[in-house]
Structure formats: structure tokens, C-alpha cells
Write a protein that binds this ligand. Structure first.
Ligand code: HEM
Ligand SMILES: *[C@@H]1O[C@H](CO)[C@@H](O)[C@H](O)[C@H]1NC(C)=O
Length: 517
């Protein structure tokens, strides 16, 4: 019995091996060359499961070509491992499209039925992208989102120190996730949002590591990931039945676009639920690592505090009659000016962007819609996929200099003495025309949280050690991977800045000048 099984397995592998070689023979000589896996046939799959997105860094080093292919039987992904090709990829954005990913995730993540899946194969992804983009573009709709986001951030920052204690311990990843979920939800859904229930929030973060398995489908063998997702779905189905009056323009337009396309109600709610994969699961680890990079460098932290105190803080003595004085009327009141924070605190912004540059892992995803000649020389075949791994682009010495691998907190600070950091090779928000439509919103959220924590608190790991390269949770599919194990931080109040805090949001016309544009 066992021998039969072993023989069948070996036989199957042999057949797959032959099929793989035959698939390779069909490659056109103008196509990017296939990089053979170390283990025949399944090597690349094993590699991706073992190393997650960091696998592309290894294959790119091995391939030594600006573009190459990873193939498994008839499934092929081109890996564009050079910033030189980026403008060419951008020029062919119709043929090398992000849209099919929305159809795929609508089904694999959003459990879209056959009819909805079919609808997603038409121009619905375009319409959705358009609607989301216009709701998140600087203007009154974004102002409204940001205002509610900011109000909620204040609550969770205040909540760090329960009952006015001066010192506390907190698990930083947990807290960053909670702060992001609550603030983003208040902004997008309004105050009565689906994540007010801590069980739903917990189920959400439990579900996220299953995304890689769910992309394939049958890999979530026990169905635990699907069970967790169910809780998030149910909360959205309840919420979407009757959108509350304070639901954002973004939320309403998203639902309206789906309705117009003929997507049934339950599927619409599920699509709203998977929208959070784009938002929370990118913002939370970006916030986590930004705080980590900032607080682990006392000299940088001092400069950031200095620029915030000098440019973005208004101090209103309690008796001045300002609206921001707290109810006790005794404490000094501080107002953080978000517009000034966005435009006049270049070191903090640089730390955020350098965090994104150095810790970005997940590649952008494109489908080849028609045979395409890239840069007049590489043939990309219809039906294959194309990925641009950010961690490879962000490590190019030709682009970022010899210190490309190092964290330079001042890299993105405009400085007349040295050339500006390159912008074309900065891809954590994607690349036009598929740039993250929420980048102003998300960056504002992170800057506000980071600024409030920087001025109000000291923070260090309870263990006394900043672990720079912990094991990462690679299955999340987020642009930055969070650490696998949370870090306990000791947080203490900076007495000089104790008092009542509020926020002046200002208008989104004052954009953050992000390196991505
Ligand atoms: C630090 C936080 C974030 C990062 C780093 C990030 C990054 C990205 C990237 C790289 C893409 C393009 C995907 C690709 O090219 O393959 C993208 C798309 C998208 N992001 Fe973000 N994102 C963040 C936060 C958010 C938030 C908070 C929201 C919503 C409120 C959001 C909504 C979206 C949407 C809807 C798309 C799809 C756009 C389209 O259909 O063209 N993102 N994001
Ligand atoms: C997408 O938008 C266009 C223009 O508004 C509209 O004609 C079309 O029906 C929409 N597509 C879907 C699937 O709703």
C-alpha cells in the first residue's frame, strides 16, 4: 500500500516535471527568461510559502536580470526587478492592469457569487476605482473623513493611560491595530460602525493571516479563516442594511456603484467588508513600524519633537477661553495643528517614508491583458501576471545610493546640500495610474498618531531591547509585514506636556508632499 502511494507520488511528480519542461518549451525567445526553481516544479510555490514576499528578493538576486519569469506549469509570473522598467509598465497600464485583481479578490476574499463575479469582469472595477478616488481626493469629502478620524485618534491616544496613570505597559502592534481600525472606521462608516464590537475587531485580525490561503481557495483546510471572516461579513451585512446618517461619501458611493452595477445586497455588504483589507491591513503595520523606527532613535525623536513643538502646536492657557480647554479648566490645553504637521514637519514625514521604503515587501500585482512588448523588447504573454517587488526596487543602489540598504531618517528631508531622494522608484503606494487613492488620508492618520505619541509620551520596549529584525507575519499580504510577535512597550507621560489635547484638522487642500506624488 505504502509503496503504491510512493510510486504514484513519484510518478505524478515526474509527469508534472515533464509538463513543466514542456510548458517552458512553449516560451517565446523574446519573453523574459524563466528562473528554474531549486526543487523541480513546486520550488517557487514552496519558496513563496516559506519566505512570503521576501522570496522575490532572493529570486531577483539569483536571476540577475531586470525582468524574469517564475513559472509553474502553465502559470507564469513575470517579475520586474528594476526601476528602469517602471515607466514602461506605467505606459502600458491598460494591457498590464490591476483591475483583474479586484475581480479575483471579489470572489476569493469577498465570496462573490457567480453573477457578481461576472459583473466584476466588466467595467465595475473601473467604476469602483473612480468612485473611491473621487471620495478620497483632497476636498470636502476627504476633510470630513479626516475630521472624524482625528477625533477618534484623540480618544485612543488618551486611552493609553487608563485612569490618569503616568506609566503603563501596552502591546504596540495590538494598540496600533486598534487605533487604526477605530479611527478609520469612524471616518468611513460613521460612529455606529461594525468594528465597535471588540469581537468583530478580533475576528478581523484573526482572518487576515488567512488571505494567502484564501487566494488559492482550498488551503484553509480547517475553515477557521472562513469562520472568522463570517463574523466580519455578518457585522457588515447588518450595518449595510440601513446606512446611518453619518456614513461617509466614500461608503455611500461605494455601495451606490455596486448597486447600479446590479450587485445584490449581501454581496455589496461583503465587498464593503473586504475594503478593510486595503485600508486597515496596510495602515496598521505602517503605523507600527513608523513608531518603532521613530522611538528607537532618541536623536531623531528629539528632532521630531522639536519641529512639532516649533511649528505644529498651539498652547492655550486654561483661562484663555479657547474651546479646546478641558472640562476641569485647570490644565494647559494643547492643540495639534494637522495642516502644519503635514507641511512643516519634514523629519517626521521623512521617517514615515523611509519606514515604507525600507520595510515594504509586497509587490504590486498586474495581469497581462494582451500580448505586450515591454520597452520594445520583452514579450509579455496574455494571461500571465506581472509583479513589481518594492523591496527589490527600494534596494537599488543606482537609485538610492550606496546606503540603499540602510535606514536614513533624513533621506526624504529636502536639503539643498544633496540631491533629492528619487521619486520614480518609491512604490509603497503603488505606481500611477494604480496609486493608492487613500494615501493622503492614510499618511495623515499615521502622522497624527505619531506626532501625538512623540510629544506626549516616552516609549521603550519593556525588555529594554529594540529588536530590529524580528520574525514577520508574511501571510498578511500587506505592503509591510507586521512582526509575528507583538512587543510590549513601557509608556510614560512627558510631564511637561500633560494636559488637555485637541486637534485642529484644517483642510485637505494642504496636501502632504509624498514622494510618490
Ligand atoms: C499606509 C497605508 C496604505 C498603503 C501603504 C496602501 C498601499 C496601496 C497600494 C500599493 C495600492 C495599489 C495596489 C497595487 O498597485 O497593486 C493600494 C490601492 C488601494 N488602496 Fe491603499 N494603502 C494604504 C491605505 C489605504 C486606506 C486607509 C484605504 C481606504 C480608506 C486604501 C484604499 C485603497 C483602495 C480602494 C485601493 C485600490 C485602488 C484602485 O482600485 O485602483 N488604502 N493601496
Ligand atoms: C460604469 O459607469 C458607466 C458610466 O457611468 C455606466 O454607463 C456603466 O453602466 C457602469 N458599469 C456598471 C457595471 O455599473
Amino acid at each position: 500500500m505504502i509503496t503504491t502511494l510512493v510510486y504514484s507520488a513519484v510518478g505524478l511528480l515526474f509527469l508534472a516535471f515533464i509538463a513543466d519542461i514542456l510548458a517552458g518549451l512553449k516560451d517565446d525567445h523574446r519573453e523574459p527568461r524563466r528562473l528554474q526553481p531549486r526543487v523541480p516544479v513546486v520550488g517557487h510555490i514552496l519558496g513563496l510559502f516559506q519566505h512570503g514576499p521576501t522570496y522575490y528578493k532572493m529570486t531577483s538576486a539569483r536571476a540577475g536580470a531586470e525582468i524574469y519569469a517564475l513559472g509553474v506549469l502553465n502559470f507564469k509570473v513575470y517579475i520586474s526587478a528594476s526601476s528602469r522598467l517602471l515607466p514602461h509598465i506605467q505606459k502600458q497600464s491598460k494591457a498590464l492592469s490591476f483591475r483583474p485583481f479586484l475581480q479575483l479578490t471579489a470572489r476569493q476574499y469577498g465570496e462573490a457569487g457567480p453573477d457578481t463575479y461576472e459583473i466584476f469582469g466588466g467595467d465595475l472595477p473601473d467604476n469602483l476605482s473612480q468612485s473611491v478616488k473621487s471620495s478620497l481626493a483632497p476636498g470636502p469629502h476627504l476633510d470630513e473623513l479626516s475630521l472624524r478620524m482625528g477625533e477618534r485618534v484623540l480618544v485612543d491616544v488618551e486611552g493609553l493611560l487608563k485612569s490618569g496613570r503616568a506609566r503603563t505597559h501596552v502591546r504596540l502592534l495590538d494598540w496600533a491595530r486598534h487605533a487604526v481600525v477605530q479611527a478609520t472606521s469612524c471616518a468611513v462608516y460613521g460612529k455606529e460602525h461594525p468594528f465597535r464590537d471588540p469581537e468583530v475587531e478580533k475576528a478581523y485580525w484573526g482572518w487576515i493571516p488567512y488571505l494567502t490561503s484564501h487566494l488559492v481557495g482550498w488551503l484553509d483546510v480547517t475553515g477557521r479563516g472562513y469562520a472568522l471572516r463570517r463574523r466580519v461579513f455578518d457585522a457588515h451585512i447588518a450595518y449595510c442594511q440601513d446606512l446611518p446618517a453619518d456614513a461617509s461619501h466614500l461608503m455611500r458611493e461605494h455601495q451606490r456603484t455596486l448597486t447600479e452595477a446590479g450587485v445584490p445586497a449581501v454581496d455589496r455588504a461583503k465587498q464593503a467588508a473586504i475594503f478593510t483589507i486595503a485600508s486597515f491591513s496596510n495602515s496598521a503595520p505602517t503605523l507600527y513600524w513608523t513608531l518603532w523606527e521613530l522611538f528607537s532613535r532618541p536623536d531623531v525623536l528629539a528632532r521630531v519633537r522639536g519641529e512639532i513643538e516649533a511649528h505644529a502646536l498651539v498652547v492655550a492657557p486654561a483661562d484663555s477661553g479657547s474651546d479646546s480647554v478641558d472640562k476641569s479648566g485647570k490644565e494647559t490645553a494643547y492643540v495639534l495643528d494637522a495642516a502644519a504637521l503635514k507641511s512643516r514637519c519634514p523629519v517626521l514625514l521623512s521617517v514615515l517614508q523611509e519606514t515604507q521604503r525600507t520595510r515594504h515587501v509586497n509587490p504590486s500585482f498586474r495581469r497581462v491583458m494582451a500580448d505586450t512588448l515591454l520597452d520594445g523588447r520583452y514579450l509579455l504573454r496574455k494571461g500571465a501576471y506581472l509583479q513589481v517587488p518594492g523591496n527589490v526596487i527600494h534596494g537599488e543602489p543606482g537609485l538610492w545610493g550606496d546606503g540603499a540598504a540602510e535606514f536614513d531618517p533624513y533621506r526624504f528631508v529636502p536639503d539643498k546640500q544633496r540631491p533629492d531622494a528619487p521619486t520614480s522608484g518609491f512604490v509603497p503606494w503603488g505606481a500611477a495610474p494604480y496609486l493608492c487613492p487613500a494615501r493622503q488620508f492614510a499618511a495623515t492618520e499615521i502622522l497624527i498618531v505619531a506626532a501625538l505619541l512623540a510629544v506626549r509620551f516616552d516609549m521603550r520596549p519593556a525588555s529594554g531591547r529594540w529588536d530590529k529584525a524580528p520574525a514577520l507575519s508574511i501571510a498578511d499580504l500587506a505592503t509591510l509585514s507586521p512582526p509575528k510577535h507583538d512587543v510590549e512597550m513601557e509608556i510614560s507621560v512627558r510631564e511637561a506636556w500633560a494636559g488637555a489635547w485637541s486637534l485642529k484638522m484644517g483642510e485637505s487642500k494642504s496636501r502632504i508632499s509624498l514622494a510618490s506624488g
